[in-house]
Design a protein around this ligand. Structure first.
Ligand code: PCA
Length: 325
C-alpha cells in the first residue's frame, strides 16, 4: 500500500512538473513558394514564437501549399485540422464581401494607401473572423497587381477570349467584364498552367510572376496597379483561448513584428521582382492610355457591385479610409 501511495505521489509530482513545459507543435500551412517574402516572414514568425515561448509552442511552416492548397487553408484552421495558417482572405468573398475590401479596383494602389485601408478595415475583419472561430494575428500585402499576357495588349479588345488564371472572385469578375475566360488556379500551380496552355494570362504581382518564373511562358507585364490583396495569418480560436496569457503575449508580439517586417519586405520585393521579370526577358511597362481608361470603367462597375454586396459595413470602412490623412 505504501508503495502505491509513493508511486502515486511521485506520478503526481512528475505530472505537475511536466505540465507547464508540455510543448505543442503548431503546423502552419501557407500557399505560396518558400522563396516568397510571405513565406520567409512566416518562417521568421514561427522562429520568434518557438524561441519566445521557450519551446512551449513550436510553429512549423509548410509553404507552397504542401499541407493544404490555399483554398482549403481557412476552413482547415476554422475546423481545427490545423491550429494556424496563412490565407489570402479575398479568396473568401463569397462568405462575406468585406473579405474582398483589398481587391477593389483602383481604391488602394500603393503601399501607403494599402496600410490605411487595412487600418480602416482590420477591426471589422477581425470581428467577422472571430465569429468564424478564427483569431486574426497579422496581415501582409502583396505588391500592386498588374496584367500578364503572352502578347502585346493595348485595349480590352485585345483581351477577348484569352484564357485567364484567377485567384479570387474579383479576378474572375475582371476577366468576365473584359471578355476573358477565367479559370481558378492556385499560385503553386501556375507555371504548369501557363506551360500547358490551360491559362495564358493573369492579374497578379510581379512577385508571383517572378516566384513562378512565368517568363518561360509569358511575354508582357503591364503595371496596372489595380489593388493590393493581403495574406492573413489566423489561429483557431479554441487553440487561441487555450493558450496561456504569457504565450499569447509572445505570439502577438511576434505577429506585430512579422506584420511590420512583411510589409517592408513587400516594398523591397516589388522593384526587385519587376527587374527579375525583365531579366527573364519580359516587357515590363505601364499599361497604355486606352487600356487604362477601359480598365477604369471595368473598375467602376466592380466598385458598385462590391458596395452593394458589402452594405453599410463596407461603406463605413471606405468612408473612414477616405477620411484618413
Ligand atoms: N500573388 C498571389 C495573390 C496576389 C499576388 O500578387 C497569387 O497570384 O495567387
Amino acid at each position: 500500500m505504501k508503495k502505491l501511495t509513493t508511486l502515486l505521489a511521485a506520478t503526481a509530482l512528475t505530472t505537475a512538473a511536466a505540465a507547464p513545459a508540455m510543448a505543442e507543435k503548431w503546423d502552419m500551412p501557407m500557399a505560396y513558394s518558400a522563396s516568397n517574402y510571405h513565406s520567409a516572414t512566416g518562417a521568421e514568425f514561427a522562429n520568434c514564437v518557438t524561441t519566445g515561448t521557450g519551446g512551449d509552442i513550436e510553429i512549423v511552416t509548410h509553404p507552397s501549399g504542401s499541407l493544404f492548397p490555399g483554398a482549403q487553408i481557412k476552413r482547415a484552421i476554422q475546423t481545427g485540422q490545423v491550429p494556424i495558417g496563412e490565407r489570402l482572405l479575398s479568396g473568401h468573398q463569397n462568405e462575406n464581401a468585406i473579405f474582398a475590401i483589398d481587391s477593389i479596383p483602383f481604391l488602394a494602389t500603393n503601399f501607403d494607401d494599402s496600410n490605411k485601408l487595412w487600418k480602416a478595415a482590420e477591426p471589422t475583419i477581425a470581428k467577422i473572423l472571430d465569429e468564424q472561430n478564427l483569431h486574426l494575428l497579422y496581415a501582409v500585402p502583396w505588391p500592386p497587381q498588374g496584367l500578364y499576357f503572352k502578347k502585346e495588349v493595348n485595349s480590352v479588345e485585345d483581351m477577348k477570349g484569352v484564357k485567364f488564371r484567377s485567384y479570387n472572385n474579383a479576378t474572375s469578375r475582371l476577366a468576365e467584364l473584359t471578355g476573358m475566360l477565367p479559370v481558378t488556379i492556385e499560385a503553386a500551380e501556375i507555371s504548369q498552367a501557363f506551360a500547358t496552355g490551360v491559362a495564358e494570362s493573369m492579374i497578379s504581382s510581379g512577385a508571383t510572376g517572378y516566384d513562378r518564373k512565368v517568363w518561360e511562358s509569358l511575354t508582357h507585364f503591364y503595371e496596372v496597379d489595380a489593388w493590393m490583396p493581403r495574406n492573413s495569418i489566423m489561429v483557431n480560436k479554441d487553440t487561441w483561448n487555450a493558450t496561456s496569457d504569457a504565450n499569447k503575449a509572445v505570439v502577438q508580439a511576434c505577429a506585430d513584428i512579422a506584420e511590420y517586417a512583411g510589409f517592408w519586405r513587400a516594398v523591397q520585393y516589388t522593384d526587385f521582382t519587376l527587374n527579375g521579370l525583365r531579366a527573364g526577358g519580359m516587357t515590363v511597362e505601364p499599361a497604355g492610355e486606352t487600356l487604362v481608361n477601359e480598365l477604369n470603367e471595368v473598375g467602376a462597375t466592380m466598385v458598385e457591385e462590391w458596395l452593394e454586396a458589402a452594405g453599410p459595413e463596407g461603406a463605413a470602412i471606405i468612408e473612414s479610409y477616405k477620411a484618413m490623412e
